[in-house]
Ligand binder design. Structure first.
Ligand SMILES: NC(=O)c1ccc[n+]([C@@H]2O[C@H](COP(=O)([O-])OP(=O)(O)OC[C@H]3O[C@@H](n4cnc5c(N)ncnc54)[C@H](OP(=O)(O)O)[C@@H]3O)[C@@H](O)[C@H]2O)c1
Length: 323
């Protein structure tokens, strides 16, 4: 069984393909032949050993994917060998096979390609919880989506539009702005100018919410763009972590709310996971949600995938294809 293994944390070159012992599923677990594994920023942080994301070495990176059930452990009623399943938040899937907890597995409906299911899980669940639960977008809300051509960004833009929001989207290049426009963004702008676009669009009152996965580079300008009692949703830090923050600033900025959500708390129960993924896979099947896969890589090129993601060369989703 071939897998990407991290024996010591560091740069992309620590991602080495190695032969591993065959896996077998324990109670409540499924053994899955991995068709596609999602590449995410979290995988980079874990590879680097960046606190608080570090893992004990050696480990197989990757927490999201889709494939076919190859064997069942006891207590996995409801699943059968040959089923197509997808998951997010189960470690070790940069590999030909992975063992996942059955409660993390979602059956892929007919009419949805396995690769597309892999591509929509982690970033799709994230986009879903951000605009349905963290700040539930209401009809007419003006919303800022940073990095709108990214994996989360393209999905979040489409979902905010489904809920009747107006999207002000930031991207770094005209080509990325075009993708955000195709996803439904109403106003395209840069990281330098989005504050003045918010001002124009809202007549000076400010955005209801900023969804900020960029972090260090955008945090201050994001806060300044929010209306009184609006919400700052800092869900990532692709430009780096936000430095320590003086809470008193929130009063002067308009009694703002700030939250730093993470996916695991928004799929805390099986019901919640099934709700979010059910929406996602239904929308994909119906053609209401478009999933952009911008790059596919063999396991041996995992380092190149990490490089591309970190260097802002990508849009939408990157997948590793182990087979
Ligand atoms: N909290 C959660 O539950 C959760 C879940 C999933 C992801 N995340 C986080 O959300 C963020 C986005 O994740 P994603 O997978 O969808 O990635 P992504 O948006 O596809 O890629 C990151 C994008 O961020 C933008 N960016 C701005 N400054 C950057 C910089 N200095 N270095 C690199 N990129 C920069 C780039 O777009 P432009 O070139 O257009 O600027 C880049 O393409 C990440 O921080 C990730 O950790 C959080």
């Amino acid at each position: 069984m071939r897998a990407v293994v991290v024996n010591k944390t560091g740069g992309p070159d620590v991602l080495i393909v190695a032969e591993r012992e065959p896996l077998s599923p324990g109670p409540g677990q499924l053994l899955v032949d991995v068709a596609a594994a999602g590449v995410n920023f979290m995988d980079i942080y874990q590879r680097e050993g960046r606190p608080p994301y570090g893992r004990d070495v050696p480990f197989v990176p990757g927490s999201e994917g889709a494939g076919t059930v190859a064997a069942l452990g006891p207590g996995t009623e409801g699943f059968a060998v040959g089923d197509r399943v997808a998951w997010a938040g189960a470690p070790g899937c940069y590999a030909e096979q992975v063992v996942i907890p059955a409660p993390s597995a979602i059956s892929i409906p007919d009419g949805v390609e396995t690769r597309v299911a892999a591509a929509v899980m982690l970033q799709g669940i994230t986009a879903h919880y951000l605009c349905h639960s963290t700040y539930p977008v209401a009809n007419g809300d003006v919303v800022v989506v940073h990095a709108a051509a990214g994996g989360v960004g393209l999905l979040l833009t489409q979902m905010v539009k489904m809920r009747g929001g107006t999207v002000i989207a930031t991207t770094s290049t005209p080509a990325k702005a075009d993708l955000a426009r195709e996803a439904g963004a109403d106003h395209l702008t840069s990281y330098e100018e989005f504050g003045s676009v918010v001002e124009q669009v809202t007549g000076g009152s400010g955005a209801a919410v900023v969804y900020d996965g960029v972090g260090r580079a955008t945090f201050d300008a994001s806060l300044a763009a929010i209306r009184p009692r609006g919400m700052m949703v800092l869900y990532g830090g692709s430009s780096g972590p936000v430095p320590p923050f003086e809470l008193q600033r929130l009063a002067g900025a308009g009694s703002l709310f700030v939250t730093r959500p993470t996916m695991i708390h928004y799929i805390a129960t099986r019901d919640e996971l099934v709700w979010r993924t059910g929406d996602l896979l239904t929308w994909v099947k119906d053609g209401r949600l478009s999933v952009r896969i911008s790059g596919t890589y063999p396991l041996a090129d995992a380092a190149r995938a990490h490089d591309d993601l970190a260097a802002r060369r990508t849009t939408g989703k990157l997948l590793l294809l182990p087979r």
